[in-house]
Design a protein around this ligand. Structure first.
Ligand code: SF4
Length: 100
């Protein structure tokens, strides 16, 4: 009788473990698949840095800023100054830093 209870307990623990692993995998996929949003020019952080989507500063755009990340050629890319957001490759802000 005790061994039957023990088997049920082990089976239940196995099911719970598998369920937790599936839940964790689904959560990880959702986090990885989430595309960061574009930085809104009206975002307080953007306003504080004078961020614009189209640079008017000759020779200075996000495209040639040291802080721009991601793949060259993309219209919107991550920027280390605005974590979790994408900035326009044609944009500009006061944080512009020349590439070395
Ligand atoms: Fe563009 Fe400013 Fe980021 Fe440089 S720091 S990539 S200029 S938003």
């Amino acid at each position: 009788m005790n061994s039957g209870r023990s088997l049920k307990r082990r089976a239940l623990l196995r099911i719970l473990g598998a369920s937790a692993a599936v839940t964790a995998a689904l959560h990880l996929r959702a986090v990885r698949g989430a595309e960061p949003g574009k930085l809104d020019v009206k975002d307080p952080a953007a306003i504080a840095q004078g961020y614009v989507e189209k640079s008017t500063v000759a020779g200075s755009t996000c495209e040639n800023c040291l802080l721009l990340q991601g793949s060259a050629g993309a219209g919107y890319r991550p920027c280390s100054l605005f974590p979790g957001k994408l900035v326009s490759s044609s944009g500009w802000c006061k944080g512009w830093t020349p590439e070395v």
